[in-house]
Design a protein around this ligand. Structure first.
Ligand code: ATP
Length: 204
C-alpha cells in the first residue's frame, strides 16, 4: 500500500514532511510518495520553476528512505489532474493499493474536483485532520475509522486521521523571505540553504 501527497511544495516545509511521515508510520505504508504538481488547476502558478521545486524536495528527503518523490506530473506538464496521475500509477502497478492524502480543508472541496467518483474507484482517501476534529462532511457511506479496512478493499474508503499540527505554510515562508526575515526552523536547514543560494522568493 502506498501513500500519495500532492502539492506545489513551493517550498517543501516541515508541515508537509512531518505529516507525510505520520501517515506512512500509522498505515505502515511501503512507500510514501510526494508528488509535485506542475500547474495546479485550483490556484495561481507557483513562483519558482518545477526544476527548482523538485531540487528542494530532493534535498528535503535525501536522508529519509521512507519518503520518495514521484515527478510524473512535472514531466507531463500542463494542468495536473489527480485522476490522470492515479490512472498512470495504476497502469504501472495494478495490484498496488493507493492512498491519497488530503487535508480536511481540501477534502471539503473534493466533490468539486475533476472526476471525484473515478478518483474513489482508484484510491482510498486519507483525510488529515486536527486531533478531535469532527468527521468529514461528504461521502459518509465511505467513511471508516479502521486503518485495517484500507487493506481489505483496493479503493473507495475514506479514513480520517489525526496528524501532527504544525502551523506552517509555504505562503508564509515566501512572505518571510521577501520581507528579509528568516524562515529557519520552519523547513530543513539544507532546503533553506539552497533557497538562499539560488536567491529564490526574494521578489515573489
Ligand atoms: P501554499 O501556502 O503555497 O498554499 P502549502 O504550504 O499549503 O502551500 P501545498 O504544497 O499547497 O503547501 O500543500 C500540499 C499538501 O500539504 C496539501 O494537501 C496541504 O493540505 C498539505 N499541507 C500544507 N501545509 C501543511 C501543514 N502545515 N500541515 C499539514 N499538512 C499541510
Amino acid at each position: 500500500m502506498i501513500g500519495l501527497l500532492g502539492g506545489t511544495f513551493d517550498p517543501i516545509h516541515y508541515g508537509h514532511l512531518r505529516t507525510a511521515l505520520d501517515v506512512q508510520q500509522e498505515l505502515v505504508l511501503s512507500e510514501m510518495r510526494l508528488i509535485p504538481l506542475s500547474d495546479p488547476p485550483h490556484r495561481p502558478a507557483p513562483s519558482s520553476t518545477p526544476e527548482q521545486r523538485l531540487a528542494l524536495l530532493q534535498i528535503a528527503i535525501a536522508d529519509e528512505p521512507r519518503l520518495t518523490i514521484d515527478d510524473r506530473e512535472l514531466k507531463r506538464g500542463g494542468k495536473s489532474y489527480t485522476v490522470d496521475t492515479l490512472l498512470s500509477l495504476k497502469a504501472e502497478q495494478p495490484d498496488e493499493t493507493l492512498c491519497l492524502l488530503l487535508g480536511s480543508d481540501a477534502f471539503n472541496g473534493f466533490h468539486l474536483w475533476h472526476q471525484p467518483e473515478q478518483i474513489l474507484e482508484l484510491a482510498h482517501l486519507v483525510v488529515m485532520q486536527r486531533p478531535g476534529e469532527p468527521d468529514p462532511l461528504h461521502y459518509h457511506d465511505r467513511l471508516t475509522h479502521l486503518a485495517d479496512d484500507l487493506r481489505a478493499k483496493t479503493a473507495g474508503l475514506i479514513l480520517p486521521m489525526a496528524v501532527t499540527q504544525l502551523e506552517i505554510s509555504a505562503t508564509r515562508i515566501r512572505q518571510m523571505i521577501k520581507q528579509g526575515h528568516s524562515p529557519r526552523y520552519l523547513l530543513p536547514d539544507a532546503v533553506l540553504d539552497e533557497i538562499t543560494r539560488q536567491k529564490l522568493y526574494h521578489s515573489a
